[in-house]
Design a binder for this molecule. Sequence first.
Ligand SMILES: [Zn+2]
Length: 669
Amino acid sequence: MDLKAEVEALRQRLEELNHAYYVLDSPRASDGEYDELFRRLERLEHEHPEFASLTSPTQKVGAAPLSAFASVKHREPMLSLANALNDDDIRDFHARILKLLGDDMDVAYSFEPKIDGIGLGLTYEHGELTLAATRGDGTKGEDITANARTISSIPLRLKNEGYPIPDFIEIRGEVFTTTHAFEEFNSKRTEEEGRYANPRNFTGGSLRQLDSRITAARPLDAVFYACGEAKGLEVRSQEELIRAFQSWGLKVATPYFKIIGTVEGLIAAHHELEDARDQVPYEIDGTVLKVNDFEQRQILGSRSRNPRWAIACKFKSRQASTTLLDIEISVGRTGALTPVAVLEPVPLGGVTVGSASLHNVDEIARLGVKKGDRVLVERAGDVIPKVVKVLTEERDGSEIEFQMPKECPACGTPVVKEADEVVMRCTNASCPAQLRGTVAHFVSKNALDIDGLGEKLVAQLVDAGLVKRLDDIFRLQYDDVVALERMGKTSTENLLTAIDTAKTTTLPRVFFGLGIRHVGEHVAEVVAQSLGSLGALLDATEDDLVAIHEVGEKAAESIVAFVANEQNKLVIKALLDLGLNATCEAQSTGGPLAGMTFVITGTLPTLSRKDAENLIKKHGGKPVSSVSKKTSFLLAGEKAGSKLKKAESLGVEIIDESQIYSMVGDAPQ
Ligand SMILES: [Zn+2]
């Protein structure tokens, strides 16, 4: 077999296996077997770039990050559907259709679940995926092709088995995440990384990643149920369209899709699915009814914004009434004070609900909720239930007005409320409720970068009471550390050496590590350049700080509030006493890269993006983010995309990792 034929055979085999696994949910090969085929294909494509193809299964792992999503105008608008809120609305819908088509017409409807996901349109030209766009406002969406390619159940080429593949077709559907996959993902996230409120937010957030490699790692799924513009499509009904989709390897809403001939049948099916909604593996918020026959749809046409032949029937939200026993304040790892309603446990949508978030003080005021109130609680897709309404008619006068505390319940520090924020915060970096988070941040890679001190060990140190404040890190004793679970002689020695080395860290890292709100790495760097020492932070005023180029009012205010906190002041003084000899790297004026600017793109063989930037900075160069005529060099790695093209067109010199090493006279480590 020649190579080209082998590449094609591998692709077809992998496509079949993907389809079996992700669309049909019936795996046909072991993971090992799949990996072997995948790696073989990857190697052949790498060795023979002339065979590269965007529709190859190897493209499913993601590509180089984009700088922004392009806007896409839909060739046919993605209309929204009119809503039915009760059974009579469904009967009215049917009656209107009969009136327009004639009473003697036979009308059948397709019945589908309404998935609570993100609307998507896929354009296939001659069976190959060429564009994926979000629904957006229905007229214009975003080009998320690179991300859609990574979704396992989206075929990059349509299967040519069964219905003829149209020359051009825009296939519409919904991207979603199963409840199970969502919960699994969320449970593994740390609070710093942020958890998603519900599967829909998660799906949206995952689809809007500029780096499609991140999307590739997310458990997204998609089903399809409609088409936009199509040339050469030979189907005459929704039922046939769904069958055609299936024959092309696309996932459809089985086993819920049905054709139903009577309006009472539709109503019954709607309620049946509503009752079973917790058994559906993904979030659904209603059902969609469409006239099955395309010719009848043609006659019915559309009003300005909705087609007359379809309707979305909403489910009732999952609500229950219960008593709000108390309001507790939880202090998050970022210091935010969140009021939480303690409820008399009540069953709701398959789980027992015993607490609900009240979000913030404004929300409490909006609800007018008091302790002891009867309240209506709702779970609307969200994992965490919320209080939607106070049943004021059930009050008996014993209810107690709630006041947000003026002090942090965990440490007693007065809480701060920023002018344009509704959230109250504890700004004490040594607050016990936040300590694990603040310490983990303090020692993290971009801050003090203490090797071997990960989140788990930080938690152990905090829980054992060895670290009560940030500066306690530098007071750790061998005997205490070695006594911790999973710590041996060598690991303890290594850790203490790493901590000692960290005393000579740089000032920007310390400023960033303190975890002051609105002080990211960049602000930390410019503040450090300007102040020059850690001690100077204690005396800096808001005016001093705002005067620094690129420091905004928010950051300045936040820094001053941080230092004003007595506990934080103690930490800074203690760090100085302990000999934390942080200096600010003078802005390099010399070095082999002085005066040169670099744009980095693609994946470098050994250096991470951050390490490459640091290497350039260390030798006097300046990393910048976009390519222009003034750019000195483009440092390009594998899978470089638009930046590489731009650099080529502007005549910017392109170098690889080995060249940057030889420019700085440094060998890779
Ligand atoms: Zn506190």
